[in-house]
Structure formats: C-alpha cells, structure tokens
Design a protein around this ligand. Structure first.
Ligand code: LMR
Length: 328
C-alpha cells in the first residue's frame, strides 16, 4: 500500500532540510512555466518584492519562470513532496486531483474577465479552491491570464476549417473533447515544447491568450490568429497543505495578505496585456488576425457547445449554471 501523503512529505522534509533551525529564513520556491513579462510572471515578482519588504528576515521567495525548475506535468507532485512551495498552474491542469476545475475549460462559458471575476468571487467559485484539500493541495487564489485565441497554419474562419488539423492542448479532457468536436486532433504537450512543435510544423496550431502567444513568439511561426475568445486560461495559485498549515499563524496571515495583493496586481496586468500584447502582435506584421462575424462566431459556439453536456455529470450541472449566470 502507498505511504500516506503526510509520511512522504515528512520524509522529504528531513531529506531536503526545509525544517531548518528556527532563525533560518523559510524559503518559498515559486515555480512557473511562462515568461516573466506576463500576468503570472509579474504577479510572482510582485509577491517576491512584497515578502522581501515586509518579512524579508523570515521568508525568502525564489521565483523560477520559463519551466526552469518544473513543467506543469511535474510541479504538483513536486509540491506534495516538498520540493516546491508555490505554483500557479492553469486550472486546466488539475484533472488528476479534481474533476470540478474542468468547469473553467468549457468553451464559450465566460464572455469576458468581468464575468470570470463575478463567478470566482462567488461562494461557488471560492468553494472550488478547497476542492483538493484531501489531496494535500490548497488553492490560495485565482489569477487571470485571459481569453484564448486559436492560432494556426491555416486561416480558421468557420469550424470546418479546423477539421483534420493537429492542435497542441494542455492536459485537459475538456480541451481534448473541444478539438474532437471540431474533428481536429488534440495533442497534450508541455508548454515548453509548443514553440518548437509549431516551428517544425509537427503541429498545425494551438490556443493561448495574447500574452503567451506574444511572449513565447508563437505568432512568429503561425501565419493566422483567429480572435475567437472561445475559452479561458486562468490559474489557481496553489500550495501544499503540509507546508501552509505548518507555518506560524502570524506569518501565514502576512503571506496570504501579500499574495492577495500580488494576485490583484497580476489580474490588473492580465487586463492590460490582453490589449497591449495583441497590439504588439498586430504591429509586428508577422501574422494575420482574423476577426469573426457574429454569424461565424455562432458556428463555433454551435460546434463546441456539446462539450458542456459531455462533462455535465463530472462537473455538476448546478456549477455550470452558476458560472454561466455570471455573464449577466
Ligand atoms: C499552457 O500550458 O498553455 C499554459 O498553462 C501556460 C501558462 O501557464 O500560462
């Protein structure tokens, strides 16, 4: 039988020595996969600064961007083992721990980030953050990246244009179903490999918010971007319950306050980047941005909406209704 999680974490603590002498500062490793100049990258830096300012003698935050330390396929296990203390993987990447967060991947669920905010701040949205506590993971806050766009080697105007093409997806069953609904082929691949897969034409396309498409230069190797806003890329800032609950109460409260401030800042950045990074891509002249007419958009909705029914039992119809109602 498997060792209990507590035993594993306790053992790894002994080995890595994170349970250090009382006067050594606590080290928080924050691992993420995106560039520094993104909502998540800048949120992590802000958290690092706030902690240094306010409790620098007691806590040191080390930020590891660009998949330097862990990719998202490994980071949650590493967290359970005590090798990393903070991460903010996409909500799409928690499928092994909870089915509920798949809600956020449903295509065309949220019209804009205001609707996302309303739902995330609601009781139902806040409740989801604690859906993995039994697995040793605690959600500390939601962070936006933004609404996703399709990019491709082919112009995508109507759903039929995607048929037969290969798209990189995050490891999410909903995203898999979404591309299958288009008769396209979804391939689960780490974020760190997307640029090369596109550049070598091993895949035809991908879906990302403007900030990732810009900072990882996907637009330089993709002749078309369809401004589809068809789905959401958002994050859950997450820590291990073993680490978090083991902190002194006063320090935990101070860290949470600093994190809340950093997340609010990151969410502001996300809104700015949606416009700024889109504009930089336009100005680069490297790719054609396709905007959809209302009729074309309706066809995408019609093609992808059946995915909701497919996952209704796992996610819960009430939860889906509550999220959809946040569009007002
Ligand atoms: C992706 O894999 O596309 C995203 O989760 C990357 C990120 O963290 O924004």
């Amino acid at each position: 039988a498997a060792l209990s999680l507590a035993a594993i974490t306790a053992a790894s603590t002994l080995v890595t020595g994170t349970a250090s002498a009382a006067d050594d500062p606590i080290v928080i490793k924050f691992s993420h996969v995106v560039a520094e100049n993104t909502p998540k990258g800048l949120m992590a830096q802000k958290f690092q600064e706030l902690v240094a300012e306010r409790m620098g003698d007691r806590v040191i935050v080390e930020v590891y961007p660009n998949s330097q330390l862990f990719g998202d396929d490994k980071v949650l296990e590493a967290m359970q083992l005590g090798d990393v203390q903070l991460a903010a993987p996409a909500l799409s990447k928690f499928g092994r721990y909870t089915k509920k967060l798949a809600l956020f991947d449903l295509p065309f669920l949220f019209e804009d980030l205001d609707a996302v905010d309303r739902f995330q701040q609601s009781e139902a949205g806040q409740g989801l953050m604690s859906s993995m506590e039994k697995k040793g993971l605690i959600g500390l806050g939601y962070l936006h990246s933004g609404l996703k766009q399709f990019s491709s080697n082919e112009p995508l105007r109507v759903p039929e244009d995607a048929a037969g093409l290969k798209f990189r997806i995050m490891s999410s069953e909903v995203l898999e179903a979404q591309f299958e609904a288009l008769d396209a082929t979804p391939l689960k691949k780490p974020f760190s490999e997307v640029f090369t897969l596109l550049q070598t034409k091993a895949i035809d396309g991908q879906e990302s918010p403007w900030s990732n498409t810009y900072t990882k230069k996907f637009y330089e190797v993709q002749p078309y971007i369809t401004e589809s806003n068809h789905g959401l890329l958002d994050y859950l800032v997450v820590t291990s319950s073993y680490f978090w609950n083991g902190l002194p109460d006063d320090l935990r409260a101070e860290l949470k306050a600093a994190l809340d401030e950093a997340v609010a800042y990151g969410n502001q950045v996300a809104r700015e980047k949606e416009l700024e990074d889109r504009q930089k891509i336009v100005e680069s002249g490297r790719t054609e941005i396709i905007t959809l007419s209302p009729e074309e958009r309706a066809q995408w909705v019609q093609a992808m909406k059946p995915v909701w029914k497919q996952f209704e039992d796992e996610i819960g119809a009430e939860l889906i209704d509550a999220a959809y109602a946040s569009n007002r």
